[in-house]
Design a protein around this ligand. Structure first.
Ligand SMILES: Nc1ncnc2c1ncn2[C@@H]1O[C@H](COP(=O)(O)OP(=O)(O)OP(=O)(O)O)[C@@H](O)[C@H]1O
Length: 593
């Protein structure tokens, strides 16, 4: 740990910048070249392509950042466009008012489609949003008197399409800028803590709640961003086409936008642009004669791209470029070390305050059954502050269930859990995390698409972060930020999860079998870290562990669980002579003794 690096968050991650430059140039060239050449047909075609890029960037936020499936983006775009067109062409509102009404209507539609995401996910959510996209054209026809479905609605652009230079007009400038802003907005979100929180909530809602995030709220926020982009696209659509009719926003539009994201490359800056080129410009313009085969072309392209480049065109190009440049990428380095963090730990132990004498956590007579299996059968335990408290017991004895009951990942049938004297039995997992309960899992929840540092830095942080720990990891933030978590070995993934839990500033961190899969050296470092944390801070460590050697060496208190009950609890010295539990520790006498 020689040099200190800044952890100041960057607005846009370095590796996204090249693609942003390329994307900006592509969008600007696409819309401005035909404009300056005076080719009105291609000018309009490219502006419409830019409109689709805006909507696709929004959909990509949902798909790649929040891991939500929506086939309703075309419907949101359609409602925004239709209302803006009606407001201008029929209700005779000025353009700015019409645009505002369109945006509002699109947002309301988007949020209505988002509500089911609080209850259903994945394909179920996809089907619900698909229903919205299917319903829109029918609704437009059903209310034909209000929507003027039979004649369609013409829009009057009040001069924003008057040429300034050549055929350049405010509309072209505006749509081009908005498309560029959209790809920048996507990159800023991807680089932000908010974006990482969304990703964690999408990929592992369980892990997200243990760092104090609210996955449902994050999903709604992702829908709001995505709907906003679709609504902006809808309003721009009206400007570009100057007409809406009953056939303008069919299911095919929503399907196309979804495939644009998948085929273009989910989570990539250039994805929406490349997707629009392949799924709109190529079939609708370059292969105009094959218009009848659009759906067939979609299907074939999706199949081929998914076969050759499962990560989409932009992802595949990325991979190819990395191979060609033969850069042994920084992100392929695979080792993080706890040694510098251990070296930074102060030697002095924290003094015991009055507060420290009251127990941190009290579990009283907790019961939880799964069908006929009594996973917890009246378990009770007390965890003192600033200690390492281990829970041990045979396989299936209820240890993980006990941790889950403590961190709120499952509800209990009866009994109570108290944290710092406060009954948290019916408090949500996310709220418990915000009260200071951190947690890791048997299978580490590490996001491969994020760097090591981003994985550590993606939860909420309390006001009680561990000062020396924060200083130590800050010195490594820049280096870890260039490391790809996808290639970390299993043991190192555990480290990342534990560092994430400690970085949140917990009062208690509950670790589920953290030593499984660690090498001997890693175990020693890891045990030392847990001891240091408990000794030199007010953080308490609660650890479920099968590695009894480790437990015996680092735990202040050991609770033994069997059959869903606590059958013994005490210091290692006290348990050493207990005959009741001797059978559970055959083979570790050398440690105990
Ligand atoms: N979600 C669930 N549904 C049904 N049964 C469950 C569920 N979770 C746990 N169980 C059962 O409850 C009992 C206790 O499981 P638990 O995972 O808490 O044990 P454990 O001590 O952590 O085991 P291990 O050491 O193998 O991880 C087991 O019989 C298990 O099969």
């Amino acid at each position: 740990m020689s040099t200190k690096h800044s952890t100041r968050p960057r607005l846009i991650r370095r590796e996204l910048r090249r693609d942003l430059v390329a994307g900006t140039m592509l969008i600007a060239a696409a819309t401005l070249v035909p404009t300056f050449m005076g080719n009105l047909f291609w000018q309009q075609a490219m502006l419409l392509a830019a409109v689709y890029v805006i909507a696709a960037v929004g959909l990509d936020v949902l798909r790649s950042q929040a891991e939500q499936m929506s086939f309703g983006q075309g419907a949101v775009l359609g409602v925004a466009a239709y209302v803006a067109a009606l407001a201008n062409g029929v209700w005779e509102k000025p353009l700015i008012v019409a645009a505002g009404l369109g945006l509002a209507a699109g947002m309301v539609t988007g949020m209505l489609m988002a509500l089911p995401s609080l209850r259903v996910q994945s394909y179920y959510l996809g089907f619900v949003t698909l229903a919205g996209a299917l319903a829109l054209p029918d609704l437009i026809i059903k209310f034909k008197d209000q929507t003027q479905a039979l004649t369609g609605v013409n829009v009057f652009l009040d001069g924003i399409n008057e040429p300034l230079v050549g055929s350049l007009n405010w509309l072209t400038i505006g749509v081009t800028l908005l498309a560029v802003l959209a790809i920048f907005g996507g990159a800023v979100l991807r680089s932000s803590g908010f974006g990482r929180a969304m990703l964690l909530a999408g990929e592992s809602p369980e892990a997200a709640v243990t760092v104090g995030l609210r996955p449902g709220q994050l999903r709604l926020q992702a829908f709001a961003l995505s709907s906003f982009a679709a609504s902006v696209a809808g309003v721009c659509y009206v400007g570009v086409i100057q007409y809406v009719g009953s056939g303008s926003f069919t299911l095919a539009l929503s399907v196309m936008l979804y495939f644009v994201v998948i085929v273009g490359g989910p989570g990539k800056v250039l994805g929406p642009i490349l997707g629009v080129v392949l799924l709109y410009i190529v079939p609708d313009h370059l292969l105009a004669g094959l218009l009848d085969y659009r759906l067939l072309i979609y299907g074939t392209l999706v199949l081929v791209v998914m076969l050759v480049m499962p990560e989409g065109i932009a992802g595949g190009l990325d991979r190819l470029l990395r191979k060609l440049s033969k850069r042994s990428d920084d992100r392929s380095r695979t080792l993080i070390s706890l040694a510098p963090i251990l070296a930074a730990a102060p030697r002095a132990e924290v003094s015991e305050s009055d507060e420290a004498r009251t127990p941190l956590l009290v579990v009283d007579d907790v019961r939880r059954s799964f069908g006929s299996v009594k996973a917890l059968d009246g378990a009770s335990m007390t965890v003192e502050r600033g200690t390492v408290h281990a829970i041990v017991g045979p396989n299936g004895s209820g240890k993980t269930t006990l941790l889950n009951a403590i961190s709120g990942l499952i509800s209990v049938d009866s009994g109570t859990v108290e944290l710092e004297g406060r009954d948290i039995t019916s408090t949500s997992a996310s709220a418990r995390a915000r009260l200071g309960l951190g947690r890791t899992f048997q299978q580490p929840r590490v996001l491969d698409s994020l760097s090591v540092w981003e994985n550590i830095d993606c939860g909420r942080r309390s006001a009680h972060q561990i000062e020396w720990f924060e200083e130590a990891i800050a010195a490594y933030a820049a280096e870890w930020d260039t490391m790809n978590s996808g290639v970390l070995p299993h043991g190192q993934r555990r480290f990342v999860e534990v560092l994430r839990a400690l970085h949140a500033g917990p009062s208690l961190v509950a670790l589920d079998e953290p030593a499984a899969g660690l090498s001997h050296g890693e175990r020693l470092e890891f045990g030392q870290l847990l001891r240091d944390v408990a000794k030199t801070t007010t953080v308490t460590v609660l650890i479920v562990e099968h590695d009894l050697d480790l437990v015996w060496n680092i735990a202040d208190t050991i609770t033994v669980v069997d059959g869903g009950r606590v059958i013994a609890s005490g210091t290692p010295a006290e348990l050493r002579n207990s005959t009741t539990i001797a059978h559970l520790f055959v083979g570790v006498d050398h440690v105990a003794g």
